[in-house]
Design a protein around this ligand. Structure first.
Ligand code: PLP
Length: 351
């Protein structure tokens, strides 16, 4: 019963098989191989437009480098105050931009709101020399609360960004989970809604270590080969990234994995609610945020289950845990089984 995160599991079988196949024999280095070329072509097909795609090994590198491509050192990136880019990357975006400022914006359920974004952007007028210049917004899809933006919500935020001459970045560490929840197309959730650059995450969804920075306006990517190389993310044996990406897209493995992870989270949330727990957000993807009695938490831990206690700062006042309760985050993965989900809920019910 490991619900600590969707990166607690290893790589999925088709990815490992693809790695073994790509491993045999020599191939050109630094991404000049046929797997990487195929991956780039496949991404243009998946997104229904010619994209400039660059493979990297971590989500943090993907986010930081993407922001570095759209934000100058004197710029500002506007994101949710709990966004991974501002809270969990040890200043990588600040480093990759050469010192830009990240500005956190409040919003319920991990989501930026048009009003919240517009009010914050209004405090950063262009041309005011004493102030950093608004350059980009960053949206997490899915969000850090397990919620998603609809294409219309993305488009509304992108329109505000445009009005303030900002580019739109999407942190898609859980892109596939959001996509299958919405049932829309990858294009509909990105460039058609105004996204300029996407961090396309695959590691949490079954890859060993593979993410892609995808530019929908290839002109934005002109300096990117140099930026990626300087950051140490141009892999010498680049074919091993290309092979993972192709394996994830083959037969829609990425979508099947995401559907499974989401379904397991929904089953878990349902089980917990039926057992008397509370769950503040709707669990639109593969994460469940739950408020449990301390005795249930103790019973779960005694049974060897793993998950994180979560900060309740962002919960609405009336949802906050009481003195005898805990607030936790549970994440299901492509490898989560119904049995472990049901066992977890049964322990809560019994407690
Ligand atoms: C996991 C995650 C990332 C990427 O993190 P890495 O550990 O660097 O791969 C980025 N954004 C969000 C929202 C995440 O959950």
């Amino acid at each position: 019963m490991d619900f600590a995160s969707d990166n607690a599991v290893g790589a999925s079988r088709p990815v490992l098989d693809a790695l073994l196949a790509a491993n045999a024999g020599p191939a050109p280095a630094y991404g000049a191989d046929s797997w990487t070329k195929a991956a780039e072509t496949r991404l243009s097909e998946v997104f229904e437009t010619p994209v400039a795609a660059f493979l990297v090994a971590t989500g943090t590198a993907s986010n930081a480098l993407a922001l570095g491509a759209v934000c100058p050192p004197w710029g500002a990136v506007f994101c949710h105050e709990d966004a991974h880019v501002i809270d969990d990357e040890c200043g990588a975006p600040e480093m990759a931009t050469g010192g830009a400022k990240l500005v956190g914006v409040a919003g319920e359920g991990g989501k930026l709101t048009p009003d919240g974004l517009a009010q914050t952007l209004a405090r950063f007028p262009h041309g005011l020399v004493k102030q950093v210049q608004a350059a980009a917004i960053s949206l997490s899809q899915a969000t850090e609360c397990g919620t998603v933006y609809t294409p219309a919500e993305i488009a509304a935020l992108a329109a505000i960004a445009r009005a303030h001459r900002c580019r739109v970045h999407m942190d898609g560490a859980r892109f596939a989970n959001a996509l299958v929840h919405l049932g829309c197309s990858p294009a509909g959730m990105t460039w058609k809604a105004g996204v300029d650059v996407l961090s396309f995450g695959l590691t949490k969804n079954g890859a060993l270590a593979c993410e892609a920075v995808i530019f929908f306006d290839p002109a934005l990517a002109e300096a990117f080969p140099y930026q990626r190389k300087r950051a140490g993310h141009t892999l010498s044996k680049g074919r091993l990234l290309g092979a993972q990406l192709c394996a994830m897209l083959d037969g829609d493995h990425w979508l099947a994995n995401a559907r499974h992870a989401n379904a397991m989270a929904h089953r878990l949330r349902k089980g917990l609610l039926a057992a008397g727990a509370r769950a503040p957000w709707p669990s639109e993807v593969n994460e469940v945020f739950a408020i449990l009695p301390r005795r249930a938490d103790a019973a779960l831990k005694a049974a060897g289950s793993r998950y994180y206690d979560w900060g309740a700062r962002n919960l609405p006042q009336h949802e906050r845990p009481g003195a005898d309760e805990v607030y936790i985050r549970l994440v299901a993965s492509y490898a989560t089984t119904p049995e472990e989900v049901d066992r977890f809920s049964a322990i809560v019910r019994a407690a």
